[in-house]
Design a protein around this ligand. Structure first.
Ligand SMILES: Cc1cc2nc3c(=O)[nH]c(=O)nc-3n(C[C@H](O)[C@H](O)[C@H](O)COP(=O)(O)O)c2cc1C
Length: 329
């Protein structure tokens, strides 16, 4: 058992993990050699994430961050889920325990990128990616038991971009979905949620979005939906690579593992100065899913995945983060 856990360093690393809508749902209770992990029910997204798949992926993402940070202190992290007897983990919102055990070997090479990895919704440089990067990312996903599909083919990317625009239109036209998204919109930089600068909205709405496009208007304003959909399409179309991380797991522990894989892949991307931007709207309809899977060469029936574009962007604003002490319960 390690003499004393580097609690401050671990909490600091946890702050920078990625999460859908930047909800940062993870909460921890540190004990002598282990941390109990749960999520804040206020951070659930019942419309966008009714099965809690993304929630579990968010928790996996933070566990991967903790594992990388712990490696700098000669520690490995073991995740032990509680016994839910096959049910979904909603009993008191406890997801499990993180055991910290001594490790030998060098700190993880991903350590310097915990705080610099980021999502960028800006346009990416169109030049091809450095050779070998996609293979490295694929190996990173495989090391966490997941698959990473990718394409750099311009025609395939154009098809995915068009599908993403269709999916975006449909999603913004759904009152409940948009209302939930709107609740996590923050006008300026804030400790959580999606701040307007990091969304990089072009066009006349820009920073005014929060005030001019409340749910009552947005779901009726086809022009606004179309403008946002066109922006998505243009962003994806000019991107050098589109990737999809997938797991064939149908249970929550597998989704936690997929979250670990996702942040491992994104940290490897950051190592090469690359950023990512999830664009799942292309998978919104069954027909869209089929088309995207076909263009990416996906074999098999992957119900859980994260589709994202990958590239090098202009400097993009960082999303806000909760203070370390807010992550304790
Ligand atoms: C499971 C998962 C799903 C995500 N889905 C989206 C998405 O659909 N659209 C998007 O723009 N960002 C998405 N993101 C990125 C988050 O919004 C981002 O991680 C968060 O705002 C924090 O910003 P950062 O990644 O720059 O640290 C997703 C992240 C995760 C972990």
């Amino acid at each position: 058992m390690p003499a004393k856990l580097p609690t401050e360093a671990l909490l600091e690393a946890a702050r920078w993990a990625p999460s859908l809508y930047n909800t940062q749902p993870w909460r921890f209770r540190p004990t002598a050699d282990a941390w109990e992990v749960r999520w804040d029910p206020e951070c659930e997204l019942p419309v966008a994430d009714p099965q809690r798949v993304a929630l579990m992926m968010n928790l996996g993402a933070v566990i991967e961050y903790l594992a990388v940070a712990a490696s700098a202190h000669g520690l490995d992290v073991q995740f032990t889920p509680p016994d839910f007897r096959g049910t979904q983990p909603n009993l008191g919102f406890i997801v499990g325990k993180l055991l910290f055990v001594e490790r030998t070997g060098e700190p993880s090479p991903l350590l310097p990128f915990l705080a610099s990895r980021q999502t960028s919704r800006k346009p990416y440089r169109t030049e091809p990616l450095p050779p070998g990067v996609l293979d490295e990312l694929q190996a990173a996903a495989a090391s966490a038991g997941c698959w990473l599909y990718h394409t750099t083919d311009r025609a395939a990317i154009a098809t995915i971009a068009a599908e993403a625009a269709r999916g975006t239109m449909a999603q913004f036209g759904e009152p409940e979905r948009y209302a939930e998204f709107y609740r996590w919109l923050r006008p300026l930089s804030a400790a959580d949620g999606l701040d307007i600068p990091s969304l990089d909205l072009a066009g006349p709405w820009g920073s005014l979005w929060k005030s001019v496009l409340p749910p009552s208007r947005m779901t009726r304003l086809k022009l606004a939906q179309w403008a946002l959909a066109s922006q998505q399409r243009a962003l994806i179309q000019s991107t050098p690579a589109v990737c999809m991380l997938a797991t064939n797991s149908r249970e929550w522990k597998g989704w936690v593992q997929a979250g670990r894989a996702l942040s491992r892949v994104w940290l490897h991307a950051a190592r090469h100065g690359l950023v990512t931007h999830p664009t799942p709207s292309a998978l919104y309809t069954p027909a869209g899913r089929e088309l995207v899977h076909e263009r990416l060469g996906v074999e098999g029936d992957f119900l859980v995945s994260c589709l994202f574009r990958l590239g090098e962007s202009l400097p993009a604003p960082r999303s806000g983060r909760l203070e370390a002490e807010s992550l304790l319960f």
